[in-house]
Structure formats: C-alpha cells, structure tokens
Design a protein around this ligand. Structure first.
Ligand SMILES: Cc1cc2nc3c(=O)[nH]c(=O)nc-3n(C[C@H](O)[C@H](O)[C@H](O)COP(=O)(O)OP(=O)(O)OC[C@H]3O[C@@H](n4cnc5c(N)ncnc54)[C@H](O)[C@@H]3O)c2cc1C
Length: 382
C-alpha cells in the first residue's frame, strides 16, 4: 500500500513529535516506571489520545490504516507510551460495536477530557482461555453486582473508565460472558498489584479488583452473553494496530543499527563495509517493510468491513511481532557489546519488544486462529 499525501504528512508530523517530545522523556521513564503525564496532556491537546474514536464523539475520526500510521510513529518514539494510548482505543471498541450512543458519549467525555480507559479481560486463571473468566455479574433488579479480579491490565491504575468482561452464568462458559462499562469511582473497585515489568515500563499494568461493585443495567454493553464475541471482535480489529506498534519499534532498532554501523570502525573501516553487516541490515529492512504492509492489509480489512478481518489481523499481529524479535536481536548484534549496555538504546528496545509476542493473544493463539480460518477457507467438500 502506498500512503496518500495526508497520511504522509501525518506520519512526518508524528515522527517529529516522537523525536522531539517522546524520546527525550522515554529513557528516564523507563528507569523510574513513571508515566509521563505532561506528555500525555500534549497528546490530548492534539486530539490523538484515542486514535479509534470517531469524529462524531470528538475523536480524530481516522481510518484504521491512518491510525496505524500514527501508532507506528508513536511506538517508534516509545512502545510503552503508544501502548497506553492504544489501551484507550481498546476500551472504546466494544462500545462502538454494540454500545449505546449514551455509553459512547460518556466514554468520549471522559477520555477527551484527558482521562484514560482500560480493557479488562484477563484474569489469573483466564489468559489465553478467555472463556474461563471467573469475574461474576449478578443481576439484582436494575443493577448488576460485579465480583472478581482482573490481572495484567494496561492503564489499570490510570483509568477513569473500564470495559469489563464478566460472566452472568459460569455454567455457560463463553456464552455467559457479558461486557460492562464501569466508572472508576464506583464504590468497591480497587487497584491491586502494580507489576514490575521487564519492558514498556512507563505503562501502568495492574490488577483491578471488583468487590460488590454495583453497575446500573444501562451500563451493560450489548446483550447478556455477547461479551465473548465483543471481546474477540475488539481484539481482531485491534491487531493491525498491534502490528503497527511492532513495526515502529523494529523501525527504531533498524535506524539506530544502520547509523551505528557507519560510525563504528573495526579493522580500520566502518563495520557497514562488511557484507555480513549489510546482509543483516538488508534482511531487517525487508522484514520490516513486509510486516508494515501486512499490517496495512489487515487494517484495510477493518476499514472495508471484509470477512477477512480475523485472518489478516492474526497474521499481521503474529508476523510483525515475530519480525520485531528478529530485527531487535540483529540490531543489537550490530552494536556488539555496546548493544548489551544500558547506555545504548538497543537494550531497552529488546526489553520493550518481547511483550508483543505475548499480549493481545499470544502468537501461539494467533497461529491457532489462523489455522482455524484456513481450514474453513480450504475445507474439502465430501
Ligand atoms: C504487559 C502486559 C499488558 C497486558 N495488558 C492487558 C490488558 O490491557 N487487558 C487484558 O485483558 N489483558 C492484558 N494482558 C494479558 C495478556 O493478554 C495475557 O497475558 C495473554 O493473553 C496470555 O495469557 P497468560 O499470560 O495467562 O498466558 P497463558 O494463557 O497461561 O499461556 C501460557 C503459554 O501457553 C501457551 N498456550 C496457552 N494455550 C495454548 C494452546 N491452546 N495451544 C498452544 N499454546 C498455548 C501460550 O501461548 C503461552 O505461551 C497483558 C499482559 C501483559 C504481560
């Protein structure tokens, strides 16, 4: 896919913002684990703190392809920062799929006002197997009462509003799951463990605990039993963006490596003069470009509402995040021993990169999804 003028301009603007505003604070935030609130305010002022929010709710109203362009450049600046912004979109998506206008507007008012949201699916015993969700939603009159513990929630401690998946009937497995919109200040919500992470350290990852939390029925998103479908649709549609993030981090590693290869000398010449180094760089560039294009292909399925959203979304997420691993590893190799040291950017990029093969569905789960889609598509007729 070739970007149009508008997309190229936006890409250049975001690249500039990442270089001038995100990168200068990212290394320090990585050390402290603090989220850069001042930087977030700037992103809010630019109106891009929830990339998937439609214009009718005051958001940027970008196509999925264009939001991937922005997400890539933001992630090139800092992965954890881009993830925090991405979690806002993940929180809103179920509302756009099945929520009421009132729910969407309520969410938009909070996030457009500088707030955060979080998507609460994972639990200690329900990660890849989301249907094993144990958080319960008990209906009493005009309310549901939520009880349970979510874990590994991005923006868990920052969020002003959560989308939460709970079961109204454990016996029904996936068919009992139901989605709710939950305000942070509802009594009974508390934040549990703050995770000490290997990478994307400035992003908040916590447990979110629900203890007799009373939610009005009007805060149910869609129907009872629709929660699993909505969660999977949300993830399916978001995977192009995860791929774009992986491409952005890989692009950062590549740019650092190609620059370093022209400065570092061994045996009296820059290491880039060695074919072995050029081959590494060439392979990195080929992999990044194909991952980027696969991400755009997945994004186009979302924009055009095709039946291939699930397949290409899983392919793009899986491929781009596997590419990221190999690119970051080769980029660090080009730095030699210096790449292993905290004084150079490669060490952080490698720590940031790993999570992309794990969250939003592990790459094993993506391959299961792709396999399932392929067997449907190529089903032998008896
Ligand atoms: C930093 C971070 C941020 C996150 N943010 C969020 C968030 O905002 N919201 C949210 O809801 N969740 C979030 N998660 C949770 C994340 O999506 C889960 O960690 C992920 O889905 C995997 O679940 P698990 O950790 O329980 O691993 P498990 O499901 O226990 O899997 C363990 C291993 O077994 C493999 N495996 C499992 N089942 C199969 C199978 N059937 N076939 C083959 N292999 C299999 C997996 O691929 C993995 O390698 C986050 C996690 C992290 C670490």
């Amino acid at each position: 896919m070739i970007l149009n003028e508008e997309q190229l301009e936006l890409k250049a603007m975001m690249r500039n913002f990442a270089d001038k505003e995100i990168r200068p604070v990212a290394a320090e935030c990585d050390k402290t684990g603090e989220f850069p609130m001042e930087l977030y305010k700037k992103v809010c002022d630019m109106g891009i703190n929830c990339l998937d929010m439609p214009a009718e709710y005051g958001g940027p109203g970008l196509s999925r392809v264009t939001s991937c362009v922005v997400r890539e450049e933001m992630s090139r600046g800092d992965a954890g920062f881009a993830l925090t912004i991405g979690a806002n979109s993940l929180g809103m998506k179920p509302l756009l799929l099945a929520g009421t206008q009132e729910q969407c507007q309520h969410f938009a008012d909070i996030v457009n006002g500088g707030g955060f949201s979080a998507f609460c699916l994972t639990e200690p015993d329900a990660g890849s197997d989301a249907a094993a969700t144990r958080t319960t939603a008990r209906r009493v009159g005009d309310e549901y009462i939520l009880n349970g513990r979510k874990c590994f929630i991005t923006n868990g401690a920052l969020a002003n509003i959560y989308t939460v998946i709970a079961t109204v009937d454990k016996e029904q497995g996936a068919k009992g799951l139901t989605m709710f919109l939950v305000d942070r200040d509802t009594p009974g919500i508390s934040i549990g463990k703050h995770e000490e992470k290997m990478g994307i350290r400035l992003s908040s990852t916590t447990d979110v605990i629900f203890d007799e939390v009373r939610i009005p029925v009007k805060n149910r998103v869609g129907e009872e039993g629709q929660g699993f479908y909505l969660a999977m649709q949300t993830l399916d549609q978001g995977r192009a963006s995860t791929a774009a993030s992986a491409v952005g981090i890989a692009q950062a590693a590549f740019e650092y490596a190609i620059e370093y290869s022209q400065i570092r000398k061994t045996f009296g010449k820059p290491i880039c003069k060695n074919q072995a180094i050029q081959f590494l760089l060439s392979d990195m560039a080929m992999k990044i470009e194909s991952a980027r294009q696969m991400g755009f292909l997945a994004a186009e399925q979302v924009d055009n509402h095709t039946p291939w959203i699930t397949k290409f979304g899983a392919m793009a997420k899986c491929y781009a995040t596997d590419v990221l691993q190999s690119v970051v590893s080769d980029a660090l190799q080009i730095y030699g021993g210096y790449g292993y040291m905290k004084d150079y950017p490669m060490e952080k990029l490698m720590r940031d990169a790993k999570i992309y093969q794990i969250f939003e569905g592990t790459n094993q789960i993506q391959r299961i999804v792709i396999g399932g889609q392929l067997l449907k598509e190529y089903k032998v007729k008896n």
